[in-house]
Ligand binder design. Sequence first.
Ligand code: PXP
Length: 254
Amino acid sequence: MPASAIRLGVNVDHVATVRNARGGRHPDPVKAAEIAIAAGADGITAHLREDRRHIVDDDVARLKDNILKPLNLEMAATAEMVAIACKLKPHAACIVPERRQERTTEGGLDAAGQRETLRAAVSELAAAGIRVSLFIAAEPAQIEAAAAIGAPVIEIHTGTWCDALASGEQASATAEFERIVRGAVLAQSAGLEVHAGHGLDFATAEKIASLEPVVELNIGHFLMGEAIFAGLAPAVRLMRAAMDRGRNRIGTSA
Ligand code: PXP
């Protein structure tokens, strides 16, 4: 049986970062989203931060109204953000930590330490018809907490692995990748849908795409950086091709 497809979610936050450097409306994250979708993105992700440092409320409203693929809203589990999401009704919401005390040592959400707050946010979002994911490290305690909280999806934080690779710490990178593999399998066996993201580039996205339990990658910073050199559509097409190469390795010995 062929492996299931893997979706690419393109995060457009840093289009808004560039726009906000000058104020005004250019470059527009909605236009970036449309270009990314035309080039093969399966969805668009935007993080409405509490301080609105890049994406602002008007951006998420326009993304929701204009794009032809699912919108994934990244958000903190605060009353303000839950109310915004329930009104906006994006296809999905990914709960992320914004404050130091909400994080685990690996930088993902401390789902195990914040069960009650997260359970309330997840159930309110789910009642509004939103598919909720928790952005966590590939730690058994966090994965078990996500399942117990009732989130249908987790997004595994790949940043520690990508940072270790980038700084040439091969042994740490290998250990972290193995932890991601074990975490993805554990999450799948707990009935969770598994996404991954943070810090991914062409090579790391290709490798993560070769993990059968992982069905979606969310990628922003690297793609926007490549877009400066090559254009957004070519960057998205190359990313899609890298992910497909990884996916096609499932079940082979490569
Ligand atoms: N997934 C989540 C939950 C994130 O918070 C981010 C960063 O906004 C990403 C994926 C994308 O990370 P990057 O911009 O490093 O590709």
